[in-house]
Design a protein around this ligand. Structure first.
Ligand code: FES
Length: 135
């Protein structure tokens, strides 16, 4: 059973990595949706956007080959790197995989979940609650 690690499951300020025991043959996007990692998916995993863009830090060679259509979608993506993949196209094999969610994908997830965006804005406005008080 491969493990999938999201290094930044909630974006900036994520509390450590999130490690999931995954099933072989399930995509990174499907796993993200199940565990709550913030991978955007504007087209619903139909290879028509680039909002599920992730960086594969480990296990890249174990993933399926990049198709021509995925390459075309990547042309629309921001900050593309050699380890860039679309999460909806990456079905896990036997190897463990470690990914970082791209800024583009994190932003898309917040666009798709406006209530969460409001909560984050409210928390920022309230300021840090665990700061020591000065006297
Ligand atoms: S969700 Fe649109 S290409 Fe992956």
């Amino acid at each position: 059973m491969p493990k999938l690690t999201f290094k930044n499951p909630q974006g900036k300020g994520s509390a450590g990595p999130l490690v999931i025991d995954a099933k072989k043959g399930i995509s990174i996007l499907e796993i993200a949706e199940e565990c709550g990692a913030r991978v955007g998916h504007a087209c619903g995993g139909n290879l028509a956007c680039s909002t599920c863009h992730v960086y594969v830090d480990e296990g890249l060679d174990s993933l399926p080959e990049v198709s021509d259509k995925e390459n075309d979608c990547m042309d629309k993506a921001f900050d593309v790197r050699p380890e860039s993949r679309l999460g909806c196209q990456c079905k896990l094999a036997d190897e463990d995989v470690v990914v970082e969610i791209s800024e583009e994908s994190l932003r898309a997830w917040l666009d798709e979940n406006p209530d969460e965006r409001k909560k984050i804005a409210a928390a920022k406005a309230a300021g840090p609650s665990d700061q020591p008080q000065r006297h």
